[in-house]
Write a protein that binds this ligand. Structure first.
Ligand SMILES: O=C(O)CCC(=O)C(=O)O
Length: 282
């Protein structure tokens, strides 16, 4: 479905959800919204579990309008993603400004609030694994993750039968990167990564068959994407199965024309970066 169709669908759902909210506030009782929620920005997220509108959720009442402050403002993108041109395979999509700054800060503080981070000995970066079920994504600030998952399903990134159920958070400081790797068959072959706070260049390299090792140049890069703060990158299909992905250990890099999402010559200076990777684990 195109971004345009989503916009119309969202507008319609927003109207319905707003009407329900108005009725609830007119009746002067605690209301419930089913199948749609209104964010402080007016966006509607579909399929989110029933949420009680309580005094703490309901910020203020202006005229007849009830403004809900606590629902995370993550909306469907209105512009199509950037993708590498043919003959590159389909399945690599980049959405700049996927979330706003307020949401970025809230999700970063949700990540930082966890105690059980692991520092990797070989790479020094910190990682945090949050499988759904171990932690209630819907509770407290975790509702951002639940909302994000619902938006990704609405976009068609994840089928509703194989929804994101595994969250991996990486924290990078200085020039830290991640070695080229594949996420493997433990997950369905779709990965969605939200970047926070700092930019980095993400690359894809062809995976070599065992008979190609030492014969074929394994340095050949199949694609590069500039992951800016608040962006979302999604890769699936061949990009998941036939390529490795990684981030070089560099403090500063310059983008060429081959970097998706970048201006030619754009300079990328690494700062503190948090990434949230969502997948469906079998
Ligand atoms: O931090 C990123 O953007 C990539 C993370 C990643 O590739 C992974 O955790 O497998």
């Amino acid at each position: 479905m195109s971004a345009l169709d989503f916009t119309a669908m969202m507008r319609e759902e927003k109207k319905i959800a707003k009407a329900k909210l108005k009725n609830a506030s007119r009746a002067g009782v605690e209301g419930e919204i089913e199948g749609g929620q209104i964010s402080s920005e007016g966006a509607v997220e579909e399929g989110i579990e029933k949420k009680k509108i309580t005094d703490t959720d309901t910020g203020k009442i202006e005229g007849n309008e009830t403004i809900v402050n606590s629902i995370p403002p993550i909306a469907l993108p209105t512009a199509p993603p950037l993708s590498p041109p043919s003959p590159a395979p389909a399945g690599l999509d980049y959405y700049a400004d996927f979330i706003d700054e307020e949401t970025e800060m809230a999700i970063a503080s949700y990540a930082r609030s966890h105690q059980n981070w692991n520092t990797l000995k070989h790479a020094k970066r910190r990682v945090l694994e949050i499988p759904k079920g171990d932690v209630d994504w819907g509770g407290c600030d975790g509702s951002y993750i639940e909302t994000l998952c619902n938006v990704l399903i609405s976009m068609g990134v994840f089928p509703s039968k194989l929804p994101p159920n595994h969250l991996l958070i990486n924290e990078y400081t200085g020039c830290q990167g991640i070695l080229p790797h594949t996420d493997g068959p433990m997950y369905n072959s779709t990965t969605a990564t939200l970047s926070l706070e700092s930019s980095t260049i993400f690359y894809f390299k062809k995976r070599l068959r065992s008979d190609e090792i030492g014969v074929v140049n394994d340095e050949v890069i199949g694609g590069k994407v500039l992951l800016k703060p608040r962006s979302l990158v999604v890769f699936a299909g061949d990009w998941y199965e036939k390529y490795l992905h990684g981030i070089d250990e560099e403090q500063e890099e310059e983008c060429g024309l081959d970097v998706l999402g970048a201006e030619e010559g754009e300079s990328v200076v690494r700062g503190h970066r948090i990434s949230l990777t969502l997948r469906h684990k079998y």
